[in-house]
Design a protein around this ligand. Structure first.
Ligand code: FES
Length: 87
């Protein structure tokens, strides 16, 4: 049995990108690499989700995270992916 991979979609629309997702993308990439999760998680850039006022946005699975910051992204990743880490 293969488990479905987690999918992260990060908004790369100009509003979200310039307001934080440029950095958030780097934080996610570093997190996945440090915890050897690159094969467990699919990371995709997305066009504008048309909800810019609540940005920067990202989706993990079907859950939408709004107003994501460089600090909150680490808490989000721990909550969503912490169980995948092979500790
Ligand atoms: S740019 Fe991200 S929702 Fe529009």
């Amino acid at each position: 049995m293969t488990l479905a991979k987690k999918e992260i979609k990060i908004c790369m629309g100009s509003s979200c990108f310039s307001r934080g997702n440029r950095l958030t993308l780097q934080v996610i990439q570093t997190y996945l690499k440090e915890h050897h999760l690159e094969d467990e998680v699919i990371l995709k850039g997305n066009h504008c989700f048309e909800d810019c006022n609540d940005g920067p946005l990202l989706l993990i699975g079907s859950k939408v995270y709004k107003q994501v910051t460089g600090d909150s992204i680490l808490e989000i990743l721990e909550a969503e992916l912490g169980g995948l880490k092979g500790e």
